[in-house]
Design a protein around this ligand. Structure first.
Ligand SMILES: [Zn+2]
Length: 64
């Protein structure tokens, strides 16, 4: 299940959620202020740190 990072437009808080890819990308309540004006941002650490920045080349798709 991928981890998505969100940013709250109301208070500026950033938070991460483990969600299925089919989950809605907005309307998730902020854990700090409860506002649902949050937006998904690309999480850099979740994708590049896990497999050494391999991207989608051969051999990088395996789950470890
Ligand atoms: Zn907030």
């Amino acid at each position: 299940m991928p981890m998505y990072e969100y940013r709250c437009d109301a208070c500026g808080e950033r938070f991460s959620l483990l969600q299925p890819m089919s989950a809605p990308r907005d309307g998730n309540p902020c854990p700090v202020c409860g506002d649902t004006r949050t937006r998904r941002v690309m999480s850099s650490f979740a994708t590049s740190a896990a497999d050494g920045g391999g991207g989608c080349g051969p051999g990088s798709g395996a789950f470890r």
